[in-house]
Design a protein. Structure first.
Length: 345
């Protein structure tokens, strides 16, 4: 534990210095930071990640330089440092190492993150249920958690407090802008390890987006999609044009469970091509396939796990969510993974 605390302190020192330098010279400072990461990288996942970043930054005209410059200027430095370290160090480095070690011992797959869909019903999982599940997740090396508050009546008000309790984890909260009430805004602004993602319903997302910017909170936007018409709106650039240049640092494309495989594949390729071509100053993410991509970097056999409001578990290895015959009300996370995600080889 002391070694881990010391390592984090060293990482915080490097990130502190890098953030100061990025303000004055983002291009040179970013390349220096990635070069340092390449030098210190241990294990396949770190080496592959920094190798990819190095190739991206070879393009001196990359819009990602502008993206990083904007993030550093707009986001509170302590919040940016906290979230970046929790995701990059605690989850993708320390957590990933524990995941690989446990997979080697137990011969089943462990996802690098968990997705929770909140409900507003009396029988839905509550704050204490999620706290218990996060404790189980941490034991397995899982340090990143994605929460969706889209169902009518879903109340994510407990999440900032939960994020403060699990201060070394990274949290993502996806919600319609109408759900971002003043108490939640105020509480979320105190959490450096919580990123808010606003669904772009008409134009009502702009007011809370502006408030999050003024509070220096790390945030982004997302779009749900279901059918070919939705995919066409995304892949044609029509939806992005409608945002008027206010895309933020990250855009998530989230497929409905009923979304046909061909539609999801079209959006996946669009997001991948946009990242490869570096033709936008934000980072586009197709939700399930890109979370699986990160998992594949960490583990040989990727897996994705989501939890419905009643505790029912859905899983995927390929990008298509399937309802599993299991509930985290009656089974532990370890039992579910051992049963449904054994090693294929």
């Amino acid at each position: 534990m002391e070694s881990r605390a010391l390592s984090r302190a060293m990482v915080e020192s490097v990130v502190d210095r890098s953030l100061r330098e990025i303000v004055s010279d983002p291009d040179r400072s970013l390349r220096k930071l990635v070069d340092l990461g390449n030098l210190l990288a241990r294990g396949r996942s770190q080496k592959e990640s920094f190798s990819l970043l190095s190739r991206v930054l070879e393009n001196e005209g990359s819009p990602y330089y502008d993206m990083v410059r904007r993030i550093v200027q707009e986001v509170d430095r302590e919040k940016l440092k906290c979230f970046g370290i929790n995701l990059g160090w605690e989850s993708w480095t320390v957590g990933a190492g524990r995941i690989r070690a446990l997979e080697g011992e137990r011969h089943y797959n462990i996802p690098w993150c968990l997705t929770f869909r909140l409900g507003g019903q009396p029988w839905a999982l509550g704050a204490e249920d999620y706290r218990a599940l996060l404790l189980q997740g941490q034991e397995l090396g899982i340090c990143s958690y994605f929460f969706f508050a889209e169902e009518p009546g879903a109340d994510p008000g407990f999440l900032p407090e939960l994020a403060l309790q699990f201060s070394r984890c990274a949290f993502f909260l996806f919600l319609p802008p109408a759900a971002l009430k003043e108490p939640l805004l105020t509480a979320a602004s105190r959490c450096g390890n919580l990123m808010l993602l606003l669904r772009t319903d008409a134009d009502i997302w702009r007011a809370p987006d502006s408030r999050l910017r003024s509070d220096g909170c790390l945030h982004g936007l997302y779009r749900t999609y279901t059918c070919e018409e939705d995919a066409a709106d995304i892949t044609s650039g029509g939806w992005l044009n409608g945002l008027g240049g206010d895309a933020g640092p990250a855009i998530f494309y989230v497929p409905a469970r009923s979304c046909p495989p061909s539609v999801q594949e079209a959006v996946r390729r669009y997001a991948l091509d946009a990242r490869t071509a570096q033709n936008c100053s934000f980072f586009p993410v197709e939700y399930i396939s890109d979370l699986l991509l990160v998992d594949h970097i960490i583990s040989d056999e990727p897996c994705f796990l989501s939890v419905a409001p009643d505790g029912t578990v859905c899983g995927s290895r390929t990008g298509r969510e399937t309802v599993l015959d299991a509930s985290l009300r009656s089974s532990t996370l370890t039992e579910v993974l051992e049963r449904f995600f054994p090693w294929a080889s």
